[in-house]
Ligand binder design. Structure first.
Ligand code: NAD
Length: 494
């Protein structure tokens, strides 16, 4: 099977100089080859988006939102098919893929409200006979660059809002699971989106660099690992573009001594091993405030023993494989390093036996992890949960705040005052109070702090609309000719 670009409303018919392999992670087999864009295909896609821009910008709000409503209906109708596509290239279990699509639909629903959301302000008689009002206009061609771990949700954090605001888009999805983006582009076309408004180019750094340097690309929304997010932010802004670049994470779940430890253990296992830990909001560190660590570790271990790891297409599987052999090897190298550095390996997932040649790694648990160990410092992005023992609430808070990342965090407690203090003091962008994966709903915005986000706009919701528009303020006066006269003074409001 060949997966290729979608440019100007059709599948690209050329022959690619370079291609990449796309695996079925549960079998380890190559299921497809994906074309990698060179400078020429990036140019074709940006040119198509630039040509489509004037017409789309001038399309009425009613017509734009009608396309989004139609897309929502098609996406809802075809969600099972799309979930299977996600599972076949990413490996996550189908029910998890369905959850990703449900959260993506929230963003489409938000964008359907564009006519309401794009209303500006109007001040009648700001000065005598003078009205002032603001309008929000689209930027032009925008680039969206997405990671492998949410091949539907992350593109749909940006694409619906960008086009609702009147922009045209070039999407560069992850080369590891590229099929979902093409499926989305086809559904948009069926929903009535004009040719060129959404284009998809596949590939790697060459395609990304092409977008970052292209003078017609006005803005870039990026999601991926921190080193690449930093690079995209610095390169894009140095080319004069507006950039939001969301990076990696190391999410801590703090468990206070008064918490219900069964609920906390359920949450740690669900949020630590769901999607094999390949979520930017996965819990990767449990901070157990003493004296609860022994009991909490025992409860987590007990739950891990019951987890069913297997092919995501089998409805009884709870956790699938890792995305590629290379990623599996990287995650395993962190487990090896944790052992070498002296962390206590409570559950070892390295030798898990699952049928087939997939990229399997079982749920793994470390206890007595120290902050200087690589398993603590670095983002592993796999099914590896670390427990750090803290003496006090203050020690736990200090640990979370000293971490370089600040994407998500959670606290488990029955003490409202302690939770409220945490919400106020913690230096993290998304906080859960007894909620382990606090991904904001579509009408708030998603984003971390510190090394988890470069730029000042979070993704989707109100900040998404802000990112994809620029405002213009109009000051208007319709004077009577008798009110003329030269006046060199600075205009004052009377
Ligand atoms: P990645 O950084 O390897 O890739 C992300 C995108 O950048 C892909 O489209 C890829 O093709 C491109 N890319 C890769 N190397 C590049 C390079 N050298 N130059 C230019 N472009 C390059 O990330 P990934 O492995 O696909 O995804 C996992 C990462 O994404 C994790 O770190 C995870 O935490 C992060 N993530 C963050 C969020 C968030 O909202 N903060 C959400 C999802 C995933």
């Amino acid at each position: 099977m060949r997966i290729s670009h979608w440019i100007d409303g059709k599948h690209w018919a050329g022959v690619a100089d370079r291609t990449g392999e796309v695996f079925d992670p549960a079998t380890g087999e190559v299921r497809a080859h994906v074309d990698f864009a060179g400078a020429g295909q990036v140019e074709e896609a940006v040119a198509a988006a630039a040509r489509a821009f004037p017409g789309w910008r001038d399309t009425s709000l009613a017509a734009r939102s009608r396309v989004l409503f139609a897309f929502r209906e098609l996406l809802t109708a075809r969600k099972d098919e799309l979930a299977k596509i996600i599972t076949s290239e990413h490996g996550k279990v189908e029910s998890d893929a369905a959850g990703e699509i449900a959260r993506a639909i929230e963003n489409v629903e938000y964008a359907c409200g564009a006519p309401q959301l794009l209303k500006g302000g109007f001040s009648e008689n700001a000065s005598r006979g003078v009205d002032v009002y603001s309008i929000a206009q689209p930027l032009g061609v925008v680039g969206v660059i997405s990671p492998f771990n949410f091949p539907v949700m992350v593109p749909l954090w940006f694409v619906p809002n960008a086009i609702a605001c009147g922009n045209t888009v070039v999407l560069k999805p992850s080369e590891k699971d590229p099929s979902a983006s093409v499926f989305i582009a086809e559904l948009f076309a069926e929903a009535g989106l004009p040719d060129g408004v959404l284009n998809v180019v596949h590939g790697d750094k060459v395609a990304v660099d092409g977008l970052l340097a292209h003078p017609a690309v006005q803005a870039v929304s990026f999601v991926g690992s921190t080193p690449i997010a930093r690079y995209v932010y610095e390169t894009g802004t140095s080319h004069g573009k507006r950039v939001q670049a969301l990076g990696g994470a190391k999410n801590h779940m703090v468990v206070l001594p008064d918490a219900d430890l069964d609920l906390a253990a359920d949450a740690a296992v669900s949020a630590g091993f769901g999607s094999a830990g390949e979520r930017c909001m996965a819990v990767s560190v449990v901070v157990a405030v003493e004296p609860v660590a022994d009991e909490l570790v025992a409860k987590i271990t007990e739950r891990m023993a019951g987890l069913k790891v297997g092919d995501g297409r089998d409805p009884s599987s709870e956790m699938g494989p890792l995305v590629t052999a290379a990623h599996r090897a990287k995650v395993q190298s962190y487990v090896d390093a944790g052992v070498a550095e002296g962390a206590e390996l409570v559950v070892d997932g390295r030798d898990i036996a699952v049928e087939g040649g997939g990229f399997w790694l079982g749920p793994t648990l470390f206890d007595r992890v120290q902050p200087e160990m690589s398993v603590y410092r670095e983002e592993i992005f796999g099914p590896v949960l670390s427990v750090v023992r803290a003496g006090t609430y203050d020690g736990a808070l200090e640990l979370v705040n000293a971490n370089a990342y600040g994407n998500g965090t959670a606290i488990f407690t029955n003490d409202g005052r302690a939770a409220r203090r945490f919400q106020n003091e913690v230096e993290v962008g998304m906080v859960g109070l007894n909620v382990p994966i606090p991904v904001p709903v579509g009408y708030y915005s998603f984003g971390g702090w510190k090394d988890s986000l470069f730029g000042d706009s979070h993704a989707y919701g109100p900040e998404g609309f802000h990112f994809f528009t620029r405002t213009k303020v109009v000051t208007s006066r319709w004077p009577d000719p008798s009110q003329g006269g030269v006046n060199l003074g600075f205009p004052r409001n009377t």
